[in-house]
Write a protein that binds this ligand. Structure first.
Ligand SMILES: [Fe+2]
Length: 270
């Protein structure tokens, strides 16, 4: 792990027993519970952002143009879905494309895992073990977007590697459903663009976003000409051995992705 990539002055991740660390965790953990989403600015250093962006563009030829409309929550949706609000059109690099990278080192770095565990109220978090889905770059070029969806995992960790000057806004309706209550009525208000629960964020390069995405409806708006947006998504789990199914892996990341475990019961579900 190259320690020059993380802003250790503001985020002392290697000193979990220090008062500064404890205060930081307490403040942000509280905000995460309150709002469902926190955004830690300047988590990466400028050098970190530049290194990660170069790694992404070096691998750009390997990116899979992922276009799909699958979102499990909406399979049972009772009403008529408005057009063009569900789906996804991005370029993806999966964990198999990101081996031996500084981004992978950050993903595995124990102090970061400890920090994410503390922020999410877990004793420990584990690496998602899917060979493709564990660590993902989502590259948004002009015309790319991700429609409204919920994540499968309880929480999602994203490092933002760009600041789009046109489009590419992150919009989120936090805590809009529970495991028991799909709350279709309020979700419909969001889909029809008339909900006052939706918050809009312009993420800064180098920031770290932590979101309770399983219950927060969210999307990324379409990118305009001349802009780009890059998200590094780090998948951590509260139990070891979690992966996605072969069918989902091929749908999202392309037919040529490596095979991985496909064991019922350990597969992330929605
Ligand atoms: Fe998501």
């Amino acid at each position: 792990m190259n320690l020059n990539h993380v802003n250790l002055a503001d985020y002392p991740l290697r000193e979990p027993h220090s008062q500064a660390y404890k205060s930081l965790v307490e403040e942000w953990r509280h905000r995460l519970v309150e709002t469902g989403l926190i955004n830690l600015d300047a988590f990466l250093t400028v050098e970190g952002v530049e290194t990660f962006r170069k790694e992404v563009y070096d691998r750009r030829p390997d990116a899979f143009h992922s276009v799909h409309g699958a979102q499990a929550y909406f399979d049972n949706y009772p009403g008529e879905l408005p057009k063009d609000v569900l789906g996804s059109d991005t370029f993806c690099l999966g964990h198999h494309n990101l081996q031996q990278s500084a981004m992978d080192q950050l993903f595995r770095w124990k102090p970061l895992r400890g920090f994410i565990a503390a922020l999410t109220g877990n004793n420990e978090v584990f690496l998602h073990e899917d060979p493709t889905n564990a660590l993902v770059i989502q590259l948004y070029e002009p015309g790319c977007w991700t429609g409204w969806h919920f994540d499968r995992a309880n929480f999602t960790t994203i490092v933002n590697l760009g600041e789009p000057d046109g489009g590419g806004l992150f919009e989120c309706a936090p805590d809009i459903r529970t495991e028991e209550d799909p709350n279709y009525a309020e979700v419909e208000e969001v889909l029809l663009n008339r909900s006052d629960r939706v918050q809009r964020y312009e993420m800064k390069a180098g920031s770290l976003t932590l979101m309770l995405g399983r219950y927060s409806l969210h999307r990324v708006t379409r990118i305009e000409e001349g802009a780009d947006r890059i998200s590094l998504v780090l998948k951590y789990e509260t139990q070891p051995g979690v992966s996605i199914s072969t069918a989902d892996r091929r749908l999202i990341y392309g037919p040529l992705v490596p095979d991985g475990p496909d064991i019922a019961g350990k597969i992330a579900t929605n």
